[in-house]
Write a protein that binds this ligand. Structure first.
Ligand code: PGA
Length: 251
């Protein structure tokens, strides 16, 4: 059976290393019985070193929430090589919260390219805004985001790519405004077809498709029924008791 991929995006939380370690320890304590799930925790960069010491002999691996596309005179940035040498394989790229801060398709393309060239696994976030969904433009938007992100990247490098479908209007809603299972499934099929059309069946079968946007312990069964390969979890991943229930749903 194919392992599900569950990615925790801690975003800009928590405030201290101690709290970060506490969340991790709690997940670690309860994770033993979970099988068949690859768990990736993406904390803020600052906490990676201390968490790395604590994940030994667990099913957890660490990921990053962002990366720059090269090393050199780029103040404040972290390069793909640094992450790779540190032992990070999974990197979230093009999250809508970063797109809102000005990250555009060209920058995302450079990041994806450099990660794939290093045989790392970018988790490319795509998804439409509320206005775009109201105009039924979600497929057009997702197709454009994927095509731009993968522009001029060799087909042979795409095996490690992961796509996270995250409708912007469904992220961080505490009112449970979730994308319906049917809509998630339809988008998954659309993305698979897009890959098949552009890169062939083999790549289309390989690329993993996750869903993200207000996933929690209450709606995880619904989300899972859409037949996705896993989930990208924001706020619920900071609550170990909720996160474990999400993992259990895939186990
Ligand atoms: P959320 O965040 O689960 O808090 O909605 C998901 C994400 O932004 O990746």
């Amino acid at each position: 059976m194919k392992k599900a991929l569950v990615v925790a995006n801690w975003k800009c939380n928590p405030s201290t290393e101690k709290e970060a370690e506490k969340i991790l320890n709690e997940v670690k304590r309860q994770i033993r019985k979970i099988t068949n799930v690859q768990v990736v925790i993406c904390p803020p960069f600052l906490f990676l070193p201390s968490l790395k010491k604590k994940i030994n002999n667990t099913k957890i691996v660490l990921g990053a929430q962002n990366v720059f596309y090269q090393s050199g005179p780029f103040t404040g940035e972290i390069s793909p090589e640094m992450l790779k040498r540190f032992g990070v394989k999974y990197v979230i790229v093009g999250h809508s919260e970063r797109r809102k801060l000005g990250e555009n398709d060209q920058i995302i393309n450079k990041k994806i390219k450099s990660l794939l060239e290093l045989k790392m696994s970018p988790i490319l976030c795509v998804g439409e805004t509320k206005e775009e969904r109201e105009k039924e433009k979600q497929f057009e938007v997702v197709e454009r985001q994927i095509q731009e992100a993968l522009r001029n990247i060799k087909k042979t490098l795409l095996g490690n790519l992961i796509i996270a479908y995250e409708p912007v209007w469904a992220i961080s809603t505490n009112k449970g405004k979730l994308c319906s299972s049917d809509d998630i499934m339809t988008m998954k099929l659309f993305i698979k077809q897009l890959f098949e059309k552009n890169f062939g069946l083999k790549i289309s079968e390989r690329v993993k498709i996750l869903y993200g946007g207000s996933v929690d312990d209450k709606n995880i069964q619904l989300v899972r029924s859409a037949g996705i390969d896993g989930v990208l979890v924001g706020s619920a991943s900071l609550k170990p008791e909720k996160f474990i229930l999400i993992l259990k749903a895939f186990s």
